[in-house]
Design a protein. Structure first.
Length: 341
């Protein structure tokens, strides 16, 4: 039988030995893949530890779920579908990753082990560049001395000649036609045209240039990692033959200083896949590798689908009546109950 220890061994194969096997190892100073994530918000920093966060290493496992961010939704789905272990890409935290309660109690309730591999997984494959239509010729995972500030310089594939080619390539690989059809069906079924879905709203688009603008060499950036306009000026100085800035995982919107800086440098600027689609970019290759390395273990992928619906269009009339009644009776400064869950 396969165990959690075998899953850890598989993750070490995938990451080239980057997983952490013990608390003692995690406590070592300057460990390259154990790091605090802290933006200065009081009480909210978290220690990222690639490895087994909670569970019994000897636990037998028959089914694994790969997800981007573990939440109570994923824990409930895992419990309902017989998942023994969840492998989350992003760091796992008490309360934040488990519906406001403690991880131990929630995971133990369903007999689920939880593992994470965030920074330990980064930089293992060039798939994100491939999906966006270029081959990386130069990379830096701490550009400007900022850890995690990843920058790629890439040359586009022969079949990618314009910005429009890049966008069409992304749409085809991500299967966004299916998401569009699903959203159209949901809108018709619920008689509401104001429902919006994250993967479609955040799909690739052009900020500077047009679909016919030629592209040859790309500066691929990830704005949420702290990439600044000063970084952009420096990167173009180092790579003067770059003609296009590509932002993915996160994006920028009109009026952002990075777009203004790119315009001043005479560059194209487009945004590609957002964080919404990283489950396909990174989660799918990880799931495939686990399936190949752990013979006989079922591997599934937990994909979030996030929609926006006007509050008075959500649910049926029973739910609307419920929401209105309890809002008026208990949440508007009167009739407060003495204890809450």
């Amino acid at each position: 039988m396969t165990t959690v220890n075998d899953l850890m061994a598989a993750l070490n194969v995938i990451t080239g030995g980057r997983m952490v096997d013990s608390v003692e190892e995690a406590a070592q100073e300057n460990h390259p893949f154990v790091m605090w994530k802290d933006s200065g918000i009081y009480g909210k920093k978290i220690l990222e530890i690639p490895g087994l966060i909670h569970g019994n290493p000897e636990q037998k496992i028959k089914k694994i779920a790969v997800c981007m961010t573990m939440t109570e939704l994923g824990i409930e789905l895992a419990g309902a579908t017989g998942v023994d272990a969840i492998v989350a890409h992003h760091p796992i935290a008490d309360a934040a990753s488990c519906g406001g309660v403690t991880l131990k109690d929630y995971l133990d309730l369903y007999g689920i082990s939880a593992l994470e591999c965030h920074e330990a997984f980064h930089g293992l494959h060039p798939g994100i560049a491939y999906l966006h239509g270029h081959q990386v010729v130069k990379s830096d995972i701490s550009y400007g001395g900022v850890h995690g500030n990843v920058v790629f310089v890439g040359e586009v594939f022969p079949e990618v000649k314009t910005l429009g080619d890049m966008l069409r390539r992304l749409d085809a690989h991500m299967g966004l036609e299916l998401e569009h059809d699903l959203l159209s069906y949901e809108r018709d079924l619920k008689a509401c045209d104001d429902i919006h879905e994250a993967s479609l709203l955040t799909k690739g688009r052009i900020h500077i240039g047009n679909e016919n603008s030629p592209v040859n060499k790309v500066l691929h950036i990830f704005p949420h990692t702290g990439f600044s306009k000063e970084n952009l000026y420096q990167a173009i100085k180092e790579n003067p033959d770059v003609d296009t800035v590509l932002a993915s995982i996160s994006r920028v919107y009109p009026g952002h200083e990075l777009i203004d800086a790119a315009r001043s440098l005479g560059l194209n600027f487009l945004v590609g896949n957002s964080h919404v689609l990283e489950i396909l970019e990174n989660g799918m290759p990880l799931a495939y590798a686990l399936e190949q390395l752990l013979e006989g273990v079922e591997v599934v992928v937990f994909r979030d689908r996030v929609t926006s619906t006007p509050v008075r269009a959500l649910g049926n009339q029973h739910l609307q009546d419920y929401a209105e009644r309890f809002s008026k009776e208990h949440l508007m400064g009167r009739n407060l109950i003495s204890a809450c869950l």
